[in-house]
Write a protein that binds this ligand. Structure first.
Ligand code: HEC
Ligand code: HEC
Ligand code: HEC
Ligand code: HEC
Length: 129
């Protein structure tokens, strides 16, 4: 068994460690994941400006990361990659379309669903020369 003195020492030590832990936690907060704010795609049809932040932020359209980064589960959002990792610029098929088709399908498809934002046929609402 422990003596009273030993117990008091153990409690004091535990409290010290708790305080140190709390300070460390406050001093080094988990780094917020970095996401690009705006993205510019340069293609022959004219460049496309995509306001990434407005699409996902709560003050914007509030769309979930996973609606676009469609292979990721919630705890993987911070690791989002370029669509090209899986959608080749030159090759694709009906199921896993090539990069440009994937973009047209995803961007245009959602706008059509929402009834706002440029649909696939409204080329010049996205492409600016
Ligand atoms: C409306 C669709 C959409 C939403 C919502 C969205 N993203 Fe993205 N995100 C994109 C597109 C498109 C790209 C560009 C991909 C490319 O260049 O191939 C991108 C790029 C990124 C990149 C850079 C990837 C790279 O290395 O090129 C990161 C990181 C990222 N998004 C994270 C997020 C996170 C985290 C969220 C949620 C908070 C989010 N995105 C919400 C569509 C979206
Ligand atoms: C880690 C690999 C991976 C990444 C990254 C990825 N995709 Fe895909 N994508 C796939 C696979 C696999 C399929 C086919 C099976 C399926 O639908 O999940 C697919 C299918 C699609 C389809 C066709 C589905 C349909 O309903 O017609 C679209 C559109 C699409 N992806 C858009 C995108 C866009 C845009 C991005 C980037 C924001 C992206 N994908 C990033 C793997 C990926
Ligand atoms: C999952 C749904 C979704 C996807 C995917 C999506 N958008 Fe949007 N987008 C919206 C919504 C909702 C609006 C808001 C329309 C409004 O409020 O009038 C919008 C509006 C826009 C607008 C018009 C307003 C502005 O920001 O200038 C553009 C341009 C646009 N989106 C480009 C894109 C591009 C490019 C992509 C693909 C890289 C994309 N969007 C993918 C939902 C989406
Ligand atoms: C919702 C926005 C949007 C609309 C509407 C849209 N595009 Fe695009 N387009 C994009 C994005 C994003 C890319 C992909 C850029 C990249 O690959 O980096 C792209 C890529 C392209 C490319 C390059 C293809 C390649 O293989 O490199 C062409 C050509 C193109 N679009 C033509 C058109 C035409 C024609 C229309 C109308 C029928 C149209 N786009 C409508 C956003 C749009």
């Amino acid at each position: 068994m422990f003596t009273k003195k030993e117990l008091r020492l153990a409690y004091a030590l535990a409290i010290c460690l708790l305080v140190v832990g709390a300070i460390c936690y406050a001093a080094f907060p988990e780094k917020a994941p970095e996401q690009p704010l705006r993205l510019m795609f340069k293609v022959a049809a004219g460049k496309v400006l995509f306001d990434h932040k407005t699409h996902f932020s709560e003050l914007g359209y509030g769309i979930s990361c996973g609606d676009c980064h469609h292979t990721l589960s919630e705890d993987e959002y911070a690791d989002a990659q370029s669509c090209s990792e899986c959608h080749d610029p030159d090759e694709g098929d009906e199921e896993q379309p090539k990069r440009a088709v994937a973009f047209h399908k995803q961007c245009g498809g959602c706008h059509e669903q929402f009834g706002s934002g440029p649909t696939e046929e409204e080329c010049s609402k996205c492409h600016v020369r």
